[in-house]
Design a binder for this molecule. Structure first.
Ligand code: CP3
Length: 358
């Protein structure tokens, strides 16, 4: 940031005013709403597959600033989204903490499962190992159009530890849920480390030029009420507080997937500036109980990116109709899948941007 240089600060502020998504995060209602897509840089794009092949392994791509910048920009060039999201993965944090992480082609992530009693992690190494990712953030900002908001991100502690404990993705996150019941203080210690790591990592991204950051809690929905408070709300609240202690006014989006009826408490207690909504959510519930508190982001079923047609148009219109009176960032309810079609993505962007009325 250029706070020491008056002329530069003014220029930066002017550029930031053009970022419509950032204006919604600051509380404005804009029409048509800004639009971007989770996993917008990914395998449904031929240009992504080409760069990915050049990089070697998936993690190599995450740690190669030039190539990671290129794949971040690809969906912006093609669709002109209102936001770019740093290309990386939530699992670079366990990797940088010293847990072995690798990706098996066609299957997903693998990790050497952690021993909760003796975690053997190296939190002091975190930021050194994540330097290439931080460099990617500054490179992306330098190349993005002024009007495009740049989002950084991290995985929330609960979601990270579901992978760190199981050593892989699981259908029901059973190993982590068991650990939360059999060794809650062991899980708390891991959460503490991940809270500190997330604060340091997000603050570094914001300093490097991210306009806002999103905290992905993909598996928030599998916990009971007490678990949700202890392992989702409380760690997220501490991350928000810790990041803002370093970067006052930092803009933060929470995405506790599957949170359902917990959403109003999540928003009120964590202090996030906006919240991501998955596609299972009740739109009336969100409009009445969440949108009055903060802007909401979502929530088209990503399957519409595969199936398209009039059902896609109707689903878009329904979201615009139910949530359009309030503060909205249009997005999918989770990431686009590799079988999503470019034509359907273009159709979605055009329909949201062409939305009349209101
Ligand atoms: O949104 C974006 O475009 C930014 C990049 C991004 C990726 N992963 C790239 C990626 C982000 C924000 C993530 C987050 C992420 N990663 C989450 C939370 C959000 C979510 O989607 O639930 C999780 C749980 C992960 C862990 C992860 N990474 C899994 C389970 C997988 C394998 C599944 C799959 O799609 O193959 C990944 C790999 C991954 N992360 C890919 C991409 C583009 C595909 C890997 C490839 O190119 O071979």
């Amino acid at each position: 940031m250029n706070t020491a240089d008056g002329a530069n600060t003014t220029k930066t502020d002017k550029a930031a005013e053009k970022r419509r998504l950032l204006r919604v995060l600051a509380g404005e209602r804009l029409w048509p709403p800004p639009v971007w897509m989770m996993r917008q840089a990914g395998r449904y794009l031929p240009e992504y597959r080409a760069t990915r092949a050049q990089a070697g392994s998936f993690l190599d791509l995450c740690y190669a600033p030039e190539l990671a910048t290129e794949v971040t920009l690809q969906p912006i060039r093609r669709f002109g989204f209102d936001a770019a999201i740093l290309f990386s993965d939530i699992l670079v944090v366990p990797d940088a903490l010293g847990q072995k992480v690798w990706f098996v082609e066609g299957e997903g992530p693998r990790l050497d499962p952690i021993d909760l009693a003796k975690p053997d992690l190296e939190p002091h190494r975190l930021l050194t190992r994540l330097e290439p990712v931080i460099e990617t953030v500054s490179r992306i900002r330098a190349e993005l159009p002024d009007e495009t908001t740049l989002l950084g991100f991290c995985g929330a502690p609960w979601t990270l530890l579901t992978y760190m404990i199981a050593g892989r993705g699981t259908p029901d996150q059973m190993p982590a849920r068991r650990a939360a019941l059999t060794d809650p203080s062991g899980v708390d210690r891991l959460v503490d480390m991940l809270v500190d790591a997330s604060i340091a990592y997000l603050a570094a991204q914001l300093r490097a030029g991210a306009d806002a950051v999103q905290i992905f809690d993909t598996w928030a929905g599998v916990l009971d009420d007490a678990g949700f408070r202890r392992f989702v709300i409380e760690p997220t609240r501490r991350i928000v507080e810790g990041v803002r202690a370093q970067i006052p006014g930092a803009r933060i989006i929470g995405f506790p997937k599957g949170a359902g009826g917990h959403l109003p408490a999540f928003v009120a207690e964590t202090g996030v500036d906006a919240v991501g909504i998955d596609w299972q959510a009740s739109l009336d519930f969100i409009r009445d109980n969440v949108q009055p508190l903060v802007p909401v982001q979502g929530n088209l079923d990503p399957l519409h990116m595969v199936t398209g047609g009039e059902m896609l148009d109707a689903a878009i219109d329904r979201i615009l109709d139910r949530l359009g009176e309030g503060r909205l960032i249009f997005n999918l309810g989770h990431g686009i899948t590799p079988d999503g079609s470019i034509e359907n993505v273009a159709r979605m962007v055009a329909r949201v941007r062409g939305a009349g009325g209101r």
